[in-house]
Ligand binder design. Structure first.
Ligand code: ASP
Length: 434
């Protein structure tokens, strides 16, 4: 049995609704559908959630929301009209607008796009509508995992063929509480876990993850299988397609997440799995991701290796200055700390002074405009020669490698290059392993 989740661009208008219905009905195993609010589309210039946020802001300043809310009315009313749905959309919209105008919570306002879309989709499919406020529970800021899992299992097992709004649940007081933005992915995961689905299909507007950023490698291939861990490494570096909290709920039962494209339903997309048998690891690397804009601060000191606690003292300088450390490559007499340049900003003079006080170094070197590129792949484990192929490919492209870091998990190799060489290095690595 499958849980399907459709993102905002998959449900932006009546044309998209039709595609979604076709997808859902094409497979009888698809028994629970989680929906986002209408996103940007051919007709919609703004996401409904953004419009709702604006309405809430207006209301909280005592201003009339109708000037903005009218756009929300247009979006939902045209879906209802185009699909000829039997639902009194005007009174539902009036009630929501009234509640927001009268000072509803921000989470209530934000969640109404998903609520409305789920009501419409349930009507369109002739399926049950089940409100997420009765399925997903928060305890303060955190999710109440046990209560949520129990409620989903109990309520939905008797209600096959249900549509559930994404993005929110309720708190101890029964009030609506939303996830962070993009949170419908998490709803889909929680439902998949609660109903013990065999697979969680997450339908969006791309056919899964690509091996490299298509703005750099134009014909980049799609990743067929990726493990949860690999994905974590790749999305830490690149643009996430999936909300980062969407992995945790399905991890326990090892439910695969299949990322699919509503506009290209035949494409198998990318499947995220706990582990894949080595026969699937046809390729040596799974993906390449990277980011520009790092600073490397290198402390050099003769006999540093004998100086007890020197790493801790250097690290504490970053901690007290509240700068997260990304990597710490080291050699016998030097240690480099790599952090995001934007986070260091004007704290640099202070950091250098404090490292001097703590370590009495021979020299401190600072280099900025450094890019980090992660080459990720379970296929690298125990396979000889991957690092050397990466180095050779990058060298052949005339790029100087500033730093190399391979975690002992052997899941990835991270290299540091100058920002101006970033694209060239990624292309060279992609072509080597293609
Ligand atoms: N509609 C919400 C947002 O725009 C949640 C979601 O789409 O997942 O963030």
């Amino acid at each position: 049995m499958k849980v399907v989740k459709f993102g905002g661009s998959s449900l932006a208008d009546a044309k998209q609704f039709k595609k979604v219905k076709e997808i859902i009905l094409a497979d009888d195993e698809r028994k629970y559908a989680v929906v986002s609010a209408p996103g940007k589309g051919e007709k919609n210039r703004h996401k409904v959630t953004d419009l709702l946020l604006m309405c809430h802001q207006l209301a909280s300043h005592g201003l009339n929301i109708e000037e903005i809310f009218v756009n929300i009315r247009i979006i939902f009313k045209s879906i209802v009209a185009d699909l000829d749905l039997d639902i009194d959309i005007d009174s539902i919209l009036d009630e929501i607008s009234c509640n927001i105008q009268m000072g509803s919570s921000i989470d209530y306002a934000l969640s109404r796009g998903e609520y409305l879309n789920a009501r419409l989709m349930a009507t369109y499919l002739g399926w049950n509508f089940v409100d997420s406020k009765d399925l997903i529970f928060f305890n303060g800021e955190l999710l109440d995992d046990e209560k949520t899992e129990e409620s989903i299992g109990r309520i939905l097992s008797d209600l096959e063929y249900s549509v559930i709004p994404g993005f929110y649940g309720s708190n101890e007081k029964g009030e609506i509480q939303a996830f962070s933005r993009g949170g419908s992915d998490v709803t889909g995961s929680l439902i998949a876990n609660g109903v013990r689905a065999d697979i969680y299909e997450n339908w969006t507007d791309v056919s899964g993850f690509l091996v490299a950023d298509p703005r750099i490698v134009h014909d980049a291939k799609t990743i067929d299988y990726v493990t949860y861990k690999e994905l974590r490494e790749l999305s830490y570096m690149g643009a996430p397609v999936l909300h980062q909290d969407a992995i945790r709920p399905v991890k326990k039962l090892r439910i695969p997440i299949n990322i699919r494209n509503t506009n290209d339903p035949e494409n198998p997309g990318t499947t995220i799995v706990e582990d894949y048998s080595d026969s699937f690891a046809k390729h040596d690397i799974t993906g390449i991701a990277g980011r520009k804009g790092f600073t490397v601060i290198t402390t050099e000191k003769t006999f540093m290796n004998a100086d007890l606690g020197v790493f801790r003292r250097i690290a504490s300088v970053f901690e007290t200055n509240e700068i997260p450390i990304e990597h710490i490559p080291s050699s016998i007499d030097s240690v480099s700390v790599i952090a995001e340049s934007g986070k260091i900003a004007d704290k640099l003079p202070n950091i250098i002074e404090e490292i001097k006080i703590y370590t009495d170094p021979d020299e401190i070197k600072v280099e900025d405009k450094i890019s980090l590129i992660a080459i990720v792949g379970k296929g690298m484990i125990n396979r000889v020669g991957i690092s050397s192929r990466i180095m050779t490919a990058v060298a052949r492209a005339g790029v100087n490698i500033k730093m190399i870091n391979q975690g002992s998990s052997e899941l990835n190799v991270i290299i540091g290059v100058e920002d101006r060489d970033f694209e060239k290095a990624i292309e060279a690595i992609y072509n080597e392993f293609e």
